[in-house]
Design a protein around this ligand. Structure first.
Ligand code: PEP
Length: 259
């Protein structure tokens, strides 16, 4: 049985002070909720303050990106040891906005993911087709390239981790045309993509590990559409952008996703 996982990607929003207000409210809204893993991913500048508010709560801390080297001459980058210093447990890698605006490729996503795993962080690896690719019937081909590229060299090349431990990776299927647009994939469209991704994972890690990997849907998730998405057999949660910026709507999504 896969525990649902709901993660909030705050993107380039919230100062440290605003972040504290949001997470204090969220903490009250979801106190004592069980049957769901809850993650918030504030901007780097708010990680420390949010981390303090989240101590001994049921909300885990995530980051929106990470660099693969631990330290060195890489101006502007943030490493896994730096994230862990703030109690970060999850990190988003390969978000479509990083791929689209910051030149991320499957190769660099793979490096980030491997650095995260090597340091015991749980990567949330994002994949998804854009509108032109969907309209050209390329969705499965794009997903295959992104999943295989992002997970290249695993598990054999990942020192110290067995195939079974690979189940800590979270995959987020995020059709780019649905992100921030108000256009959600229908539950059956999302299910078709999730089942395809799980099949790819089975080829890489074997069927048992593939069955335990959680695959989130992302793209204009709201309190109104989450239940229908979660009713699909291969949808194990959501990566939520806009609706995670208000405690009430994020809490409503979390509540609806609980087993
Ligand atoms: C996202 O940022 O990953 C996302 C899915 O955003 P939104 O929920 O706003 O579409």
């Amino acid at each position: 049985m896969r525990t649902p996982i709901i993660a909030g990607n705050w993107k380039l929003n919230k100062t440290s002070r605003e972040a504290i207000v949001l997470v204090e409210e969220l903490k009250r809204e979801v106190a004592d909720l069980e049957g769901v893993d809850i993650v918030v991913c504030p901007p780097f500048t708010a990680l420390e303050s949010v981390s303090e508010v989240l101590t001994e709560t049921n909300i885990a801390l995530g980051a929106q990106n990470v660099y693969w080297a631990d330290s060195g001459a890489f101006t502007g980058e943030i490493s896994t040891p730096m994230l862990k210093d703030f109690g970060v447990q999850y990190v988003i890698v390969g978000h479509s906005e990083r791929r689209q605006y910051f030149g991320e490729t499957n190769e660099t996503v793979n490096k980030r993911l491997r650095a995260a795993l090597a340091h015991g962080l749980t990567p949330i690896v994002c994949v998804g087709e854009n509108l032109a690719e969907r309209e050209a019937d390329q969705t499965f081909a794009v997903l295959q390239t992104q999943v295989q590229g992002s997970l290249a060299g695993l598990p054999a090349g990942q020192a110290g981790l067995t195939c079974d431990e690979m189940n800590k990776i979270v995959v987020a299927y995020e059709p780019v045309w649905a992100i921030g647009t108000g256009k959600t994939a229908t539950p059956s469209m999302a299910q078709e993509a999730h089942a395809f991704v799980r099949g790819l994972l089975a080829k890489i890690f074997g069927p048992d590990t593939a069955q335990s990997v959680r695959i989130q849907y992302g793209g204009s998730v709201t309190p109104e559409n989450i239940a229908a998405l979660m009713s699909q057999p291969d949808i194990d949660g959501a990566l939520v952008g806009g609706a995670s910026l208000k405690a009430a709507s994020f809490a409503a999504i979390i509540n609806a996703a609980r087993k």
